[in-house]
Design a protein around this ligand. Sequence first.
Ligand SMILES: Nc1ncnc2c1ncn2[C@@H]1O[C@H](COP(=O)(O)OP(=O)(O)OP(=O)(O)O)[C@@H](O)[C@H]1O
Length: 263
Amino acid sequence: MTPAAAPPLTRQRVETAAARATGLWKVYGTGEAQVIALRGVDVELERGRFTAIMGPSGSGKSTLMHCLAGLDAVSRGQVHVGDTELTGLNDAGLTRLRREKIGFIFQQFNLLPTLTAEENILLPLAIAGRKPDQQWFRTVIDTVGLGDRLGHRPSQLSGGQQQRVACARALVSRPEVIFADEPTGNLDSRSGAEVLGFLRRSVTEYGQTIVMVTHDANAAAYADRVVFLADGQLVAELTQPTPESVLDTLKSLDRVAPAGAEH
Ligand SMILES: Nc1ncnc2c1ncn2[C@@H]1O[C@H](COP(=O)(O)OP(=O)(O)OP(=O)(O)O)[C@@H](O)[C@H]1O
């Protein structure tokens, strides 16, 4: 009797990666003004895990995140979110994919000032024509501790509370992946720790997938894995990071030769 065959690797990969980039290049501008922001990046972002993207200023972190989230067109290579190849979609397809499969958290919170916290949280579902799952909505609200602030407008909330509204907004639709761009960049350390603790919980307890760009080693240490970019290339990664191991890796990147220097 032949032993049961293992599932093909490619199928396993599709199932485990919430998002992945393959041979990803991003070039801005042409001629003298040309900037190569990403130079052949291959990365898989596992489902149900918290991944941080770090690297020096200008290394391509935001560009990578924008390409993975379908906010920016790629120059060469492929991006998948779940089983969907973004690079094969037109604008309408990309809009639908972002609406249905992706949640966003931005440094500037990006809440609508005229809507209450509750309306902001439910807006993406309303736009997608979906009804909120009431039990999940309550769980999300309880987790972020906003129960007594749902009727407040953003201007009536602290920065930390506004970012917790933004986290709840990203989580309430249970997206395939949440992309967070410097989510604690505008917060004091206590509010930042609250938001990071909440993101961590949403991964550990609810299986959410999160990808976060950050400059902060303490923030990156909340992740399961940190990938490091330098000059548009993936140059290092850490699993189970600590603030110290993240800082050590960042320091070692300063010694990495610029791309092409050895050729
Ligand atoms: N729209 C654009 N047009 C031209 N060049 C761009 C554009 N966006 C980014 N770049 C360039 O691409 C490179 C990577 O930028 P990116 O913003 O991805 O880096 P980053 O690592 O996120 O930087 P930071 O940490 O400072 O936010 C930089 O050299 C930047 O100047």
